[in-house]
Design a protein around this ligand. Structure first.
Ligand code: ADP
Ligand code: MG
Length: 317
């Protein structure tokens, strides 16, 4: 066996759950269930751009799949198959073993099969493609937010941004806040179950990878509507809410990336159904605003309107 084949066999080949032909041939074979469509998405992580080169390999393995599963959740698709294209500067066995453990821990947690990929030498780059099933016509798109829809988010926002600020030496965290924010940054938990539960309930949905304003902005643009948000209604760590009047903390909540929570819109008549979904999933779902006709994004705080541009929120369209 060639070293490359050895490596693929050793680190990237595990039994599959719902795959006809997985790793080992020129292509993988899958079969999509009757009445289902295939949702497909790719995310690439480049060392130095998307993560620090010395990031823990297990966490990187987890995150590289988790961010893709998050895209499936945002579509209301059930993630089932992934491919992994990886460029490695060198063959570092302990690193590969940890990376593979993290990747498969996430695959196992969400019942995703790794069915193929590519392995090559080069600057550390990880590209994952994911495929999932969604009943025909039921994908939750960015284009269908309706005027007067409620705007909801899952979980807490700003935690990952706070963790990153700590690693960059911009803030000094300790105790629970440090643990929670570093965990949010390195081990995001994609909201796969929530995405499935929102089929037929949400009009539009997106996962928050680039920050709430930027990502909600994509929905607004695609649906040709605007939004009014209340900063106080956005759920966040205690440490963030205690400093809500400080621009840096507002920035973390409104523009901080990497949280991988879902932001979705739904008719007001769905409020009870959504609260129930939150209870069933043991996941906080918070009503943070409303879709409006004017194609503007306005954030209220303490009965005033935040001047987002002045505060450096310059790319949320
Ligand atoms: P080919 O030369 O035909 O492209 P490769 O040697 O690149 O084949 O890959 C052999 C098999 O291993 C293929 O099934 C491919 O999908 C799979 N594979 C390669 N790299 C990875 C990886 N990093 N993770 C999972 N499967 C991989
Ligand atoms: Mg190949």
């Amino acid at each position: 066996m060639t070293p490359e084949f050895n490596l693929i066999h050793k680190y990237f080949t595990l039994p599959t759950l719902h795959t006809i032909l997985g790793v080992g041939d020129d292509a993988a074979i899958i079969s999509v269930n009757n009445g289902m469509e295939l949702a497909i998405s790719t995310d690439m992580l480049v060392a130095g751009t998307h993560f620090f080169s010395d990031t823990d390999a297990f966490n990187l393995g987890w995150k590289s799949l988790a961010v893709n599963i998050s895209d499936m959740a945002a579509m209301g698709a059930n993630p089932k198959w992934a491919t992994l294209a990886i460029a490695l500067p060198e063959i570092n066995a302990p690193w590969l073993a940890e990376f593979s453990k993290g990747f498969f821990a996430c695959a196992d947690a969400f019942n995703v099969d790794l069915i193929g990929g590519d392995t090559t030498r080069g600057p550390l780059t990880i590209s994952v493609q994911i495929m999932g099933e969604v009943p025909i016509g039921q994908a939750i798109k960015r284009t269908d937010a309706m005027v007067n829809d409620d705007i909801w988010v899952s979980g807490n926002l700003g935690s990952a941004a706070l963790g990153l600020a700590h690693l960059q030496g911009k803030v000094a965290l300790s105790g629970d806040a440090l643990q929670a924010s570093i965990h949010a940054l390195h081990s995001p938990m994609p909201r796969a179950d929530l995405g499935l539960a929102l089929r037929g309930v949400a009009n539009s949905c997106i996962d928050i990878s680039d920050g709430l304003l930027a990502d909600l902005g994509h929905i607004l643009k695609a649906s040709n509507v605007g939004a009014i948000l209340s900063l106080e209604a956005i759920p966040c760590l205690d440490l963030l809410s205690e400093h809500l009047n400080e621009p840096a903390f507002q920035q973390a909540i409104l523009a901080g990336g990497d949280d991988y929570e879902l932001c979705f819109t739904a008719p007001k008549t769905s409020r009870e159904a959504i609260m129930q979904i939150g209870q069933q999933l043991n996941l906080t779902l918070s009503l943070i605003g409303e879709i409006c006709v004017e194609t503007r994004l306005t954030v209220h705080y303490k009965n005033t309107i935040l001047n987002l541009e002045k505060k450096g929120f310059d790319h949320f369209d």
